[in-house]
Write a protein that binds this ligand. Structure first.
Ligand SMILES: Cc1ncc(COP(=O)(O)O)c(C=O)c1O
Length: 465
């Protein structure tokens, strides 16, 4: 036992030494990479390692530090981040104001007691309701997107007393039991069954299909609690629905007494050029779910905001029924989110994103004219999808971009699509660099694939939400 504890102490001390070091020497750098590979192989799973290698081919990229638009490996090699942890870096990496707020809060109090009022949760709830569209009012916080989706689904089921949820084919709402129930992809769902079974999937972008499903359920004596939908289906390949889709869904939900849940975990906080994407369509959901960029790329924090009337008597009697997690909405995370909202509003980041989105989109369309392998370019703001003819070509372009110092990711439900989701604070010069590198990457891949159709294609394994 003494030996075991001794070994644990040695291992923990070595890791802490690296965390606390201001700069790494050559041996440290080598060791971080070597040990990361060893630890992931032995203690996470070799398959995760294979997944991490998918854009870097045979090498493994270990991230160690980051700043505004980019991150560095332990050796100091810099990569422009066009994936950003699924859009978390709207305010940039290591945003100074957000880090400062978290540090100040950390020096005072990190986590909360739960029997006392933690003031930052209140301040943040007010800011969220001030920023939210329409009459959305009450706010609950948690730490993960899938958890926030669970809260939204629970609230809808509790307050309506109805059963069914309508979701969309290829939707992505998370990978744990609750969130997964709304996720429209069999490979994710199958091994987790049974999850919430009363979910009907309808075609995304087709409001009539949603109405037919609701009508059919009602016709057989079922009840429909809510429809959950993303303003843009990102994991499906950055699919943008018809302009009037969300409005039609809102009308259908109102007509049949179904609650509308909009999942803005990735589209919110300015990503599409509006603070909330649903504002662009003039639609106010009953429950709005937010996350990813909400903690400013510094702390994980997610949550829901909903209309006051959903706070029904049962919840008034027992507010904890909705679920209050131990660390969700903790003071550190709230400090980060408060600073993030201030940064986004003060610097008009949504508007900046709209303009930068137009800028990059024009350049991407130019590239498309010169590169037949780039079948489509679509998106809103700085949420952009590039479509290639096959998953193999999409993966090869990501790998070629990686070799040129740009990190992108494929869409979770469609590896033909590469996502471009850079930091909202990205400069036009960096956008120009990305375009030049993409130009080179696509020329190389087109040549490789044209050279020999019998040549074995690279593994198309990377899939990120
Ligand atoms: C639209 C959407 N919903 C749900 C989730 C799940 O969030 P998490 O991975 O934090 O559970 C994500 C994650 O990026 C998302 O983009």
């Amino acid at each position: 036992m003494v030996d075991k504890n001794e070994a644990i102490l040695q291992e923990a001390s070595r890791a802490l030494e690296l965390i606390l070091k201001e700069s790494l020497n050559a041996a440290d750098k080598e060791q971080i990479v070597k040990k990361s590979i060893e630890h992931f192989t032995e203690h996470v799973s070799p398959d995760w390692l294979r997944y991490y290698k998918s854009i870097s081919k045979n090498s493994v990229l270990v991230e160690w530090a980051d700043s505004m638009e980019a991150f560095k490996d332990p050796h100091g090699n810099e990569f422009i981040d066009c994936l950003g942890g699924f859009g978390i870096n709207i305010a940039g990496h290591q945003n100074i104001e957000i880090v400062k707020a978290v540090e100040a809060q950390l020096n005072r109090q990190a986590l909360h007691n739960h029997e006392l009022l933690d003031p930052l949760r209140g301040y943040l709830a007010k800011l969220v309701s001030m920023s939210a569209p329409g009459n959305l009012k009450y706010v609950h916080f948690c730490s993960e997107g899938t958890e926030a989706i669970e809260l939204a689904l629970s609230l809808a089921l509790m307050t309506s007393d109805n059963c069914f949820i309508i979701s969309t084919v290829n939707a992505f709402h998370g990978k744990k039991f609750g969130g997964l129930s709304g996720t429209g992809k069999a490979t994710c769902r199958k091994l987790n069954l049974p999850i919430i079974q009363d979910v009907q999937y309808v075609e995304f972008g087709n409001a009539k299909a949603a109405e037919t499903a609701i009508k059919s359920l009602i016709a057989v004596g079922e009840t429909v609690a809510a429809m959950i939908v993303e303003p843009i289906q990102i994991a499906a390949g950055v699919l943008i629905p018809p302009e009037d889709y969300l409005q039609q869904i809102r009308e259908i939900c109102d007509h049949y007494g179904v609650l509308l849940i909009i999942d803005e975990i990735q589209t919110g906080m300015g990503r599409t050029g509006m603070f909330w994407a649903c504002e662009d369509y003039g639609v106010v959901p009953d429950i709005l779910v937010f996350g990813n960029a909400f903690g400013g790329g510094v702390m994980p924090i997610t949550g829901i905001i909903f209309k006051k009337h959903l706070w029904v008597e049962e919840l008034a009697d027992n507010p904890w029924i909705l679920g209050q997690s131990t660390s969700g909405g903790n003071p550190l995370a709230c400090a980060a989110a408060i600073a993030t909202i201030k940064f986004i509003i003060e610097n008009d980041i949504s508007d900046q994103i709209a303009k930068k989105g137009d800028y990059i989109m024009e350049k991407l369309k130019d590239l498309q004219m010169r590169h037949p392998i780039l079948l489509d370019v679509r998106g809103k703001g700085l949420l952009i999808g590039l479509e290639f003819p096959t998953p193999e070509i999409g993966t090869a372009v990501s790998q070629a971009l990686f070799q040129r110092g740009v990190v992108t990711g494929g869409a979770f439900n469609n590896a033909k699509i590469i996502k471009i989701e850079p930091a909202g604070v990205i400069s036009l010069e960096t956008i120009d660099k990305i375009i030049a590198k993409l130009d080179g990457a696509m020329s190389m891949v087109a040549q490789e694939f044209a050279l020999s159709s019998s040549q074995s294609a690279p593994d198309a394994v990377f899939l990120t939400n």
